[in-house]
Design a protein around this ligand. Structure first.
Ligand code: GLN
Length: 463
């Protein structure tokens, strides 16, 4: 059976009518995944064998990889951290259940920066995924394993990923794949290992806009087990892909081009001109609070992260050591051994930002900035259907370049993705072109629950 280049859409048409031997297919998927694992290391856990689909449904027989901070029943879930090594959840996240109920099959758990702390998937306790386009370069982070397997797989597949401040858009941009981050609350977070609860969003990475629209249709929907889950009816997001984009209004925020590599700027402007040729109109606008979004994001994210990580005390989940000394001593030893350097940095930063005496100056101020950032977007969406910008200010960097960066310089690479993530609006990154042979992402953002608009325009762009 020739599976090379078969799309998700074609695969599902064939499995629906029984025109594909799923056992043969599964064997091919495992074999190909193993060879990809050897070359690029996208998985923390790769299954030996794919289970038969539980049901016939929208995803019948389709392999789905799951970022390792999303719980999978009976399958190790580490969030990329040593402190959770060996943790086997007794339940699956709601989105994983939804996938299996539609006949999707779980392929494995993908590599990520520990708890999502990173931009390049180098803060990984189980090995660093390498960019299939150039193995000396990063796949982006923190959903680096998800973008890696999506770019490398020669079988139909979609990745379940997660973003707090850009972890879907960035890896999609660096690997030339499509990354969709939905509105905050559209997909249940039940069963997701928290990084920062007010920011975390489960979404997807796929080879095409159709793929991410399809997976979103399966995972979106109200879940009473997540109190932040939105009460909106289920939708088939693939229906938005048929429309043209005549008359759509695009805003181009000028702040999103400051400090961006010139060649990237050109690729993105060419993309915007293409959208104009397709019938959309555009106007340059200003989102004046953009420059404050990065510090505000990092204060809020690390404050929430430091409280979330308090539960890893060596008693309940994951890493346990021989009990020695009093509780404080034991707690310190477990955490010193279990957390990586970046997690420790964020615990210290977050604890500091929340301390009595500093709370007003940092945490509360950051919350006020967040409100201002949201107001910028609200104003823009009164006038425009979508906003268009580069996804990242650089193309996928080489590992030796990343090594030279300070932690602050790494944080600064998130400058274009943190604001929409702070606001919780939906966004999609699609490949727009190349610079020096490496992909550049076009970032399209829209108002709350307007996933349809970004999918429509992204699809028209990619056709
Ligand atoms: N790079 C950002 C951070 O380190 C975003 C990561 C994410 O979205 N999980 O916080």
């Amino acid at each position: 059976m020739k599976l090379e280049k078969i799309s998700v859409k074609e695969f599902l048409l064939r499995t629906k009518v029984g025109d594909l031997d799923l056992e043969d297919f599964s064997a091919h998927v495992i074999e190909n995944s193993r060879s990809i694992q050897k070359k690029y290391n996208p998985f923390i856990t790769l299954k030996d064998k794919i289970q038969a689909p539980q049901k016939k449904g929208k995803l019948f027989g389709l392999p789905i990889s799951v970022k390792d901070n999303i719980c999978t029943k009976g399958m190790q879930t580490t969030a990329g951290s040593k402190i959770l090594e060996g943790y086997i959840p007794p339940f699956s996240a709601t989105c994983v259940d939804n996938i299996m109920n539609e006949g999707g099959v779980i392929l494995g758990k993908t590599a990520m920066d520990e708890f999502g702390f990173g931009t390049f998937s180098i803060n990984c306790a189980y090995g660093i995924p390498k960019n299939p386009l150039d193995t000396d370069r990063s796949c982006g982070g923190s959903s680096g394993g998800a973008s890696c397997i999506t770019a490398a797989a020669d079988f139909p597949h979609i990745a379940l990923a997660e973003s707090t401040g850009g972890s879907i858009s960035c890896p999609a941009a660096f690997t030339g794949t499509v990354g969709l981050t939905p509105t905050y609350g559209l997909v249940s977070r039940w069963g997701l290992i928290d990084y920062a609860n007010s920011l975390d969003k489960i979404g997807c990475i796929g080879k095409s806009v159709y793929d991410v629209a399809l997976l979103l249709s399966v995972i979106a929907g109200n879940d009473p087990r997540d109190s932040t889950s939105l009460n909106v009816p289920k939708e088939d997001y693939t229906k938005f892909l048929k429309k043209d984009i005549k008359g759509m209004k695009i805003g181009v925020p000028e702040e999103y081009f400051e400090g961006v590599d010139e060649k990237i700027t050109k690729v993105v402007w060419d993309a915007i001109k293409k959208l104009e040729d397709l019938g959309a109109t555009y106007e340059e606008i200003s989102l004046p609070h953009t420059k404050y979004s990065l510090p505000a994001y990092y204060i809020i994210a690390v404050s929430e992260a430091s409280t979330n990580l308090a539960k890893y005390c060596g008693m309940r989940y994951g890493l346990h050591l021989q009990l020695q000394g009093n509780f404080d001593e034991y707690f310190s030893t477990v955490r010193s051994n279990g957390f990586g350097e970046e997690a420790k940095r964020r615990i210290i930063l977050g604890t500091f930002a929340r301390m009595a005496g500093y709370r007003d100056a940092y945490y509360l101020k950051a919350l006020k900035v967040r409100t201002k950032v949201i107001e910028d977007f609200k104003k823009a969406f009164k006038q425009f259907d979508v906003l268009a910008a580069p996804t990242m200010p650089i193309v996928a960097p080489r590992f030796d370049e990343i090594e030279k960066l300070s932690p602050i310089e790494v944080y600064m690479m998130d400058i274009l993705t943190v604001a929409p993530n702070l606001a919780g609006i939906p966004m999609i990154s699609v490949p727009a072109g190349k610079v020096g042979g490496l992909p550049v992402g076009l970032h399209l953002m829209s108002d709350y629950l307007q996933e349809g608009k970004i999918l429509q325009i992204a699809n028209a762009f990619c056709l």
